[in-house]
Design a protein around this ligand. Structure first.
Ligand code: DCP
Ligand code: CA
Ligand code: CA
Length: 365
């Protein structure tokens, strides 16, 4: 099975960059976006600031009066947060991301994971160009810059992204992932808060590398089974959490273009077997069973059709998908005379109880 290629995109100084976007003349001044509590004119906190203001030591969360003091004598400009506008800009960017990824998982107003494995054919070299293409596209269409981390999984992509901001592009290949994480402090891992960090410090664990080398059994004794295992895996750059579309994870599907337009069943099945492989991999990661199998067909005239079959019993296995996809195509070819250009495989009808199992990392938030 192929390596995954996962990206995390995080918009640069987002709220402040949005303000720059609609007021281009302020770009070379310190810009601060604040939440005003309304008590007095001055009371409130800094939401974020541009990188010029950061040079004066202005930080998110800082009281506004303090930020004003630090920026005294400069031509700094202060804005009130305008969430509606930031959400609108964010939505436009997410819409563009969606065109570039097999799945998109938005984690906040300014952050999203993109699974681009298929688009770059598992190649980290291609991922560099691909990431640049996305950056240029968004910059041209929306006018916003962001940083991208690329890694073999979400965990590595996130830390890669944080390591170079703003406008960064950081690639960590699978074989570099462990060494990349090793020198970093353990609290860079999701789930390692102040208390855990103190406990780990007492155990002689300061860096992610220390944690990776630590006896896994002992970690389980100290932190319990699921957390202990998670710490062991995460520090070893192992993370199998799929990139899942939020709220919409009701089906798993893949679409591909045939090398040539055809009506040849064997040729089509070669492609659908490949797609089924990906679908099945997602299915395994999410540990679901399905009841519905569908094919999606795009003809040479670009018209499209779907055909589905419902199983008597929920299934978890690949052979069931392959077999049903085959018979759906056999039937379909009998009904249509046009040559086929693109094909897709989809499974759905997941067991509701299984879909409600949350991934481990959600417990930390
Ligand atoms: N935010 C906030 N209060 C905080 C932190 C952040 O209101 N304490 C808001 C404003 C930010 C947005 O969330 O623009 C995204 O947060 P990030 O942590 O990603 O920070 P920025 O995008 O501002 O800067 P960076 O360039 O470091 O990503
Ligand atoms: Ca962010
Ligand atoms: Ca950001």
């Amino acid at each position: 099975m192929q390596n995954r290629v996962v990206m995390l995109a995080d918009f640069d100084y987002f709220f402040a960059q949005c303000e720059e976007l609609r007021n281009p003349t302020i770009k070379d001044k310190p810009v601060v976006v604040g939440v005003y509590s309304g008590r007095t004119e001055e009371s409130g906190a800094v939401s974020t600031s541009n990188y010029i203001a950061r040079k004066y030591d202005v930080k998110s969360g800082m009281p506004l009066f303090l930020a004003k003091r630090k920026l005294e004598g400069t031509d700094a400009i202060f804005f009130k947060v305008d969430h509606e506008y930031y959400d609108y800009i964010s939505g436009r960017i997410m819409g563009i991301f969606r065109l570039y990824a097999s799945s998109l998982e938005q984690v906040s107003v300014d952050e999203a994971y993109l699974d681009v494995t298929e688009q770059v054919e598992g190649s980290f070299e291609k991922a560099i160009e691909y990431a640049q293409k996305i950056k240029v596209d968004v910059k041209t269409q929306v006018g916003i810059s962001f940083s991208i981390g690329v890694g073999p999984n979400k965990l590595v992509a996130k830390i890669a992204c944080d390591s170079q901001k703003p406008n960064g592009l950081t690639i960590v290949k699978p074989e570099q992932a462990k060494a990349f994480l090793a020198p970093l402090a353990v609290d860079r891992l999701l789930g390692v808060g102040k208390k855990t960090m103190v406990r780990m410090d007492q155990m002689g664990i300061k860096t992610i590398g220390d944690l990776a080398k630590y006896d896994c059994q002992r970690l389980i004794e100290v932190f319990g089974k699921s957390l202990g295992l998670y710490f062991h895996n995460a520090s070893n750059a192992i993370d199998n959490e799929p990139v899942v579309e939020q709220g919409e994870a009701e089906s798993i599907s893949r679409i591909g273009t045939l090398k040539q337009d055809t009506r040849d069943l064997a040729f089509i099945l070669q492609k659908t077997d490949e797609l089924t492989e990906y679908v099945f991999k997602d299915l395994m990661e999410r540990k679901l069973s399905f009841k519905l199998i569908s094919i999606y067909v795009v003809m040479v005239d670009l018209s499209s059709k779907t055909r589905s079959v419902t199983l008597d019993q929920p299934s978890k296995d690949k052979e069931t998908i392959t077999r049903n996809v085959k018979s759906l195509f056999e039937k379909f070819l009998g009904e249509s005379t046009l040559e086929i250009r693109r094909v897709g495989v989809k499974i759905s009808g997941f067991n509701k109880e299984e879909t409600h199992q949350k991934p481990l990392t959600l417990f930390f938030q």
